[in-house]
Design a protein around this ligand. Sequence first.
Ligand code: HEC
Length: 128
Amino acid sequence: MRAIVLGLGTAVVLLVRVADAQMPLPAAKPPDGTTLFKQQCAVCHTLNLSEPMRQGPPLVKIVGRPAGKVEGFHYSEPLAKADFAWDETKLDAWLTNPQGVIPGVTMVYRQAKPETRAAIIAYLKEQN
Ligand code: HEC
């Protein structure tokens, strides 16, 4: 009797699983910019001027900031000579491939996923 009950129980669970699997999948949770920044940028970039600089310049108020101009950071020559301000479009291209925006820059990072780049840029904007 016990075995039958257990067996029935398993069958019900299996049925429920099958029903679950046939339901439309919920939309994937969008990546969270705070976490992405921590995982993918923070090893090289701070978001303030009080902590010591890392391998890259601090990204304080980066949206709208002139490129290559943080005092005391030793930029590559091409980035130091850049003559534009960062906006969302520039940042998106930069995170896709920095050397595609300015040949010769030294940032070693590329992000192929548009939704990941967008989440990081949105987070940077919030920090502005
Ligand atoms: C392995 C280290 C490293 C990682 C990881 C990294 N960067 Fe950088 N980043 C740099 C370096 C080094 C520079 C300066 C490059 C140069 O001078 O050519 C830089 C420059 C920049 C600049 C230009 C800043 C300015 O003052 O003009 C931006 C914007 C930037 N990084 C954003 C990001 C973001 C956002 C991420 C994460 C998605 C990221 N970086 C990940 C090392 C890194």
